[in-house]
Design a protein around this ligand. Structure first.
Ligand SMILES: *[C@@H]1O[C@H](CO)[C@@H](O)[C@H](O)[C@H]1NC(C)=O
Length: 107
């Protein structure tokens, strides 16, 4: 995933991770708490869930699905808009991390 648009999409994921951590830092006091003072939910997908993507890509690599064989192929090959749709997995995950309305109950 090395086209300019891939780089843009993957960078946005990293920036979403930074935003998520920064927001956690300043909003953690305003999330509703239970009787013991423990937050009831995570606001946005917690950043460590990104390990799920790492697992997925590890599997792809173990299957040899790299370079030309990345799942979902290439979009607009040869054009300025060329990118790998697999990068959208990162974008979707990034959006869920910074979502204010997506709540994950704490175990
Ligand atoms: C937020 O960041 C400041 C500065 O690094 C730190 O002192 C504070 O403990 C952090 N708060 C939380 C809830 O992580």
């Amino acid at each position: 995933m090395r086209t300019p648009l891939d780089h843009f999409l993957l960078t946005s994921f990293a920036l979403c991770g930074l935003l998520r951590l920064a927001r956690f830092n300043i909003t953690t006091d305003s999330v509703p708490k239970d009787a013991n003072g423990k937050a009831k939910y995570f606001e946005g997908l917690p950043t460590p869930t990104s390990l799920g993507i790492v697992s997925l890509i590890s599997y792809w690599v173990s299957q040899g699905w790299i370079h030309d064989q990345i799942p979902f192929g290439v979009f607009a090959e040869g054009s300025i808009l060329e990118f790998h749709p697999a990068a959208l997995i990162f974008v979707a995950h990034g959006c869920l991390m910074i979502s204010k309305t997506f709540h994950v109950p704490k175990p």
